[in-house]
Design a binder for this molecule. Structure first.
Ligand code: C5P
Length: 288
């Protein structure tokens, strides 16, 4: 028997960095949104012990180095259950190293499958706690939807859903290292911060325009000059009719919000010849 789960990508509608912590991480305040761009994660029990990971991208780690294997290992450590043998197969659709939490979402999908199989009455909070042992974005990816994430990213509060819209997500060809970008941040020197209370109020009122007006990611302020393609793609999205556009996570992916499908689909067609990957997406919510 195989068990398959969609692992949804996330976007940051807002990303703020509040300070550096003694443990080397940063305190964050982020509005997260899952979208229907998803990897497919399949878990197949096998008779030999151990966890192996295969993906359709040959350069991704196959064994313990893959976050999906790490998630499975943490699940069995945390529950004290014996770890049977598993093959985990991941069909990647979410661009890698793109600021969309693709790896974290694969790990979260493994956790959701294992809970269903072994501890179906485990609470969401407990599964998210196990997720926090795997990576900062994993608790959010376990839950999905529209969420305020604070602390290292593990303190989650549900928000009203983003009003219906179309999201054009664009991954420039470059890759950005998350720790390297965090290292660029001098919190006191950040010029602006997102208006997260205003964004939350807009979500409560179902005001898409109000949310779009407040898209903001402080990482854009510290992006080294060599990543100028991020700003080019952002400008293109706005020229193509996006209500607003922003980088997501530590980039380099950029997304634009559109009210209507047709202009969003035309934007995807117009962006592809620029040598970027572009996806037409809607919001998504993992099944419990
Ligand atoms: O937790 P995760 O392994 O996903 O984090 C990757 C890196 O991102 C960390 O090693 C750290 O450099 C940085 N990070 C941070 N503050 C956070 C989350 C991540 O500094 N809240």
């Amino acid at each position: 028997m195989n068990y398959t789960e969609s692992a949804y990508a996330k976007l940051n509608l807002a990303l703020d960095i509040l300070g550096r912590r003694p443990d080397g991480y940063h305190d964050m305040r982020m509005v997260m949104q899952s979208i229907d761009l998803a990897d497919q994660v399949t878990l197949s029990p096998r008779s030999e012990p151990g966890i192996s990971v295969s993906t359709d991208l040959p350069y991704l780690p196959k064994g313990d180095g893959n976050i999906a294997a790490k998630a499975a290992a943490r699940f069995f450590e945390a529950t004290g259950l014996p770890c049977p043998g598993f093959d985990i197969d991941i069909f990647k659709q979410i661009p890698v190293c793109a600021g969309m939490a693709g790896g974290s979402s694969d790990g979260a999908a493994v956790l959701r499958i294992l809970r269903r199989l072994y501890v179906p009455d485990m609470t969401e909070e407990r599964l998210e706690e196990i997720g926090a042992l795997v990576g900062s974005d994993v608790p959010y990816c376990v839950r999905g939807g529209t969420v305020l994430a604070e602390g290292r990213g593990e303190r989650l509060s549900a928000l009203p859903p983003l009003p219906p819209c179309w999201l054009v997500v664009c991954k420039p060809a470059c890759s950005i290292s998350t720790p390297e970008l965090f290292a660029q941040v001098r919190v006191k020197k950040l010029r602006c911060h997102p208006d997260i209370p205003g964004m939350t109020a807009a979500l409560e009122q179902g005001d898409l325009e109000g949310v779009a007006r407040r898209l903001y990611n402080v990482f854009e302020d510290v992006l080294p000059r060599r990543y100028s393609q991020v700003f080019e793609v952002k400008s293109s999205l706005l020229e193509l009719g996006a209500m607003a556009a922003s980088m997501t996570g530590s980039g380099p992916s950029v997304f634009g919000i559109f009210r209507e499908e047709d202009p969003a689909a035309r934007a995807v067609d117009a962006l592809l010849p620029l040598g970027v990957s572009a996806f037409l997406c809607r919001t998504a919510q993992p099944r419990p």
